[in-house]
Design a binder for this molecule. Structure first.
Ligand code: OAD
Length: 242
């Protein structure tokens, strides 16, 4: 029996999620046995350099992820996070920050989700002077790179690759929320990728309580959490969040 988190004791809650939160929806995590980085070489498929030298390899990874995410459904972990919003009083706030690009928090009903690593569901033009805005696109590009109808430049997925900056607005909103929170809950993340893995330290520096829900203990950040619940998020979160 998992004790509930006493949500009423906190005013400003931040929940940071990673790939583990979507595992029960049938989506691969990145690290560990069978993870995406065992199937695809991240240097060749998920860096800004790769996007410029061999964009088709990037698109093959994104197409693989799109195929899985398009039909995936939110699981009880996403639903428990979305339901928490409705349980808050007028003085409480919840900010959901995700490293995931699958859109499942939004589909579960969480409002205002901060997407640190972009979104699988959109494509944009690589030409910074092109007027075409990012647009919804679930097409798969496995044999040919798509080009912009307006300017002819290569199109790219609207996601953050290694060697790229996070979207500044998303980062700022996240930083503000983490600096101000009194409860920081990380779910389904290996806590290895910057800057998301640093947020728990920032939250702790500002006096927040830090809780982790994950299948395995994190390699680097285990000591910083006040509480660690090991197990599947889709089972633990509904119990922890009541
Ligand atoms: P990882 O694959 O690094 O870590 C996923 C974590 O989820 C692991 O620690 C697993 O133990 C845990 N896990 C697996 N199934 C779970 C379940 N059912 N319930 C709870 N936990 C579970 O994924 P992230 O931490 O999200 O970035 O990785 C962060 C970033 O690294 C990604 O956003 C991506 C990747 O490279 C970019 O591509 C820029």
């Amino acid at each position: 029996m998992t004790d509930r988190i006493d949500i009423a004791a906190y005013e400003r809650i931040v929940i940071l999620t990673g790939a583990g939160v979507s595992a029960a929806s049938g989506l691969d995590t990145f690290r560990g046995h069978g993870g995406l980085w065992k199937q695809f070489d991240p240097e060749a498929c998920a860096t800004a350099t790769a996007l410029h030298t061999d964009p088709l390899r990037v698109w093959r990874l994104i197409s693989f992820m799109r195929r899985a995410a398009k039909t995936a459904k939110p699981n009880p972990a996403h639903q428990a996070i979305a339901a928490l919003q409705d349980k808050l009083t007028a003085t409480q706030s919840l900010t959901v920050v995700t490293q995931n690009i699958d859109g499942l928090h939004q589909r579960a009903g969480s409002p205002g989700v901060i997407e640190l690593h972009g979104r699988l569901s959109h494509t944009r033009c690589m030409n910074p002077r092109c007027a075409v805005m990012p647009f919804e696109d679930w097409d798969l590009y496995e044999t040919e790179v798509p080009h912009c109808e307006r300017c002819g430049a290569v199109l790219r997925p609207d996601v953050v690759l290694f060697e790229e900056m996070l979207p500044p607005d998303a980062y700022r909103a996240c930083d503000d929320a983490v600096n101000a929170c009194d409860l920081f809950l990380a779910v389904g993340t290996s806590c290895t990728v910057h800057p998301a893995c640093d947020f728990v330290f920032t939250a702790k520096d500002h006096g927040a309580r830090a809780i982790l829900v994950n299948l395995e203990p994190p390699e680097n950040a285990a000591d910083v959490f006040d509480e660690i619940h090991l197990g599947p998020a889709e089972e633990l979160l509904p119990a922890l969040l009541g």
